[in-house]
Design a protein around this ligand. Structure first.
Ligand code: FES
Length: 202
């Protein structure tokens, strides 16, 4: 199953719930009259969040109507960007960065953890349909490599064991804490160093 493949099982309708409808109206006000179509990416993301991490075709139609733009244009945006899922990915969508800084710091060990705990192949739902994983390009947290993104949260400075523990936690309904798993605050230097010059070998 490719995540970019359109799901065969589609709901007949999609409407924004009250909260998201209000948010959508606030978002379009960020753009001048006649330019509301620029809100298409934000609205697709809102629809994806409301619909358990994936966008059904009915949501694409709904957004096209909302923004008064041709359906095909919204469809093109939804199918082009990797941040949009067009088939179910489960409650927890795990993205493993395997770009160079993460790769040389052990990203493929995190991939192994996903294979063992979720499914052998990326883009495939786990047995209980609760999550899936995928390899992605740099997520912009290279200083804390290797890392994964689960839904909206980053989990950083990982190794295989820590990744397994995080996945076990989410599979058991717990909420693991995002951030560094080597105790760093954000991306501060390790060992209390304040400047590179404090270290002889720097
Ligand atoms: S290379 Fe993994 S976050 Fe940048």
């Amino acid at each position: 199953m490719s995540l970019k493949k359109i799901s065969k099982d589609q709901p007949e309708n999609f409407e924004f719930n009250d909260e998201n409808f209000k948010k959508a109206n606030i978002i379009i006000k960020n753009y001048p009259e006649g330019k509301h179509q620029s809100a298409v990416m934000a609205l697709l993301y809102l629809a994806q969040k409301q619909n358990n991490n994936w966008i059904p075709l009915a949501a694409i139609k709904n957004i096209a109507k909302f923004l008064k733009m041709p359906y095909i244009k919204v469809y093109e945006v939804a199918t082009f960007y990797s941040m949009y899922n067009l088939s179910p990915v489960g409650n927890y969508f795990i993205q493993v960065c395997t770009t160079t800084p993460c790769m040389i710091n052990g990203a493929y060990k995190l991939v192994e953890a996903c294979k063992e705990k979720i499914s052998k192949n990326q883009k495939e739902l786990s047995k209980d349909n609760s999550c899936s994983w995928i390899e992605v390009e740099c997520l912009g947290a290279c200083v804390n490599a290797p890392m994964i993104q689960i839904n909206d949260d980053y989990f950083e400075d990982l190794n295989k064991e820590k990744t397994i523990k995080i996945i076990d936690d989410i599979l058991n309904g717990k909420k693991p804490k995002p951030g560094s798993y080597r105790g760093r605050t954000n991306s501060e230097p390790e060992n209390n160093r304040k400047t590179l010059l404090q270290n002889k070998n720097a």
